[in-house]
Design a protein around this ligand. Structure first.
Ligand code: ATP
Ligand SMILES: Nc1ccn([C@@H]2O[C@H](COP(=O)(O)O)[C@@H](O)[C@H]2O)c(=O)n1
Length: 228
């Protein structure tokens, strides 16, 4: 850049549930002074709005008809990300089992994806120093020109153990089944399914600590940033 400021760096981190996308992305963004966007929170927020407003989740046409109504605003500070719907803080309500069990159906509706993708691109292009965006289709669809694409994986057993630890020892088998079912729905939808971009770096986190994954991704971002 002419004034010597670093060019913004765009990082896409995708992968199935519980692979460590949020924890890694937040920490990497905080370390490198970048913005951070949790796109799953946006799909959860629109799902929360549908549920709260009595929209039939089994009816894609009904969902499509109102997909443009809620105003979803994401705060992108990695030290304190926020999410509101029509001015209401929904950071807590979007994490309930009710929302988690219905989010795949809502996020499969093309009109919902078009709406949320537009918000994501607007945030990514206005992030001054750059941004880490995490989700399922960031590298393939939302930001195909990202400077770095990472695809995190981990065995279903490792992911279930991590999640049931978070849920104060919830049954590991039930947790595993629920996340495998959600991944299957997210991977098989027609519009921008969960998928690894051809040019993404795959990191299997099964045997890695969270700190090791963070260090690995920080190094990858620094390499890309230095090469810009
Ligand atoms: N490498 C790791 N080793 C051990 N625990 C981890 C690792 N990575 C993440 N975790 C833990 O696993 C849990 C899930 O991580 P996180 O929420 O970051 O995953 P995610 O991929 O964003 O999940 P989702 O897509 O469902 O939102 C968290 O409790 C996190 O601290
Ligand atoms: N880019 C994305 C991100 C998320 N989704 C959908 O949202 C669900 C919740 O995501 P979490 O990361 O909060 O677990 C996820 O299961 C997908 O249905 C998406 O479609 N695209």
């Amino acid at each position: 850049m002419e004034n010597g400021a670093a060019k913004p760096v765009i990082v896409a981190i995708d992968g199935p549930s519980g692979t460590g996308k949020s924890s890694t992305s937040k920490a990497v963004a905080a370390r490198l002074g970048l913005s951070y966007l949790d796109t799953g929170a946006q799909y959860r927020a629109i799902t929360w709005w549908m549920v709260t407003n009595g929209i039939d989740i089994e009816d894609p046409t009904a969902i499509a008809a109102v997909a443009g109504k809620p105003e979803i605003v994401s705060g992108t500070d990695p030290e304190g990300p926020t999410i509101t719907v029509d001015g209401t803080d929904v950071a807590g309500p979007i994490r309930t089992q009710e929302v988690t069990s219905q989010v795949s159906a809502v996020s499969a509706v093309p009109e919902v994806r078009a709406r949320i993708t537009e918000l994501q691109r607007a945030l990514a292009t206005t992030a001054e120093r750059g941004i880490v965006v995490e989700g399922r289709d960031i590298g393939t669809t939302v930001l195909p020109g990202a400077d770095l694409k990472v695809f995190l994986t981990a065995s279903p057993e490792a992911r279930a153990a991590r999640r049931s630890g978070e849920l104060n020892g919830a049954d590991v088998n039930a947790t595993r089944e629920a996340l495998v079912k959600r991944d299957a729905a997210d991977s098989s939808r027609k519009t921008s399914p969960l998928a690894k971009a051809a040019d993404a770096v795959e990191v299997d986190t099964t045997e890695l600590t969270l700190q090791q994954v963070i260090e690995c991704v920080v190094t990858l971002v620094e390499e890309k940033r230095d090469a810009k």
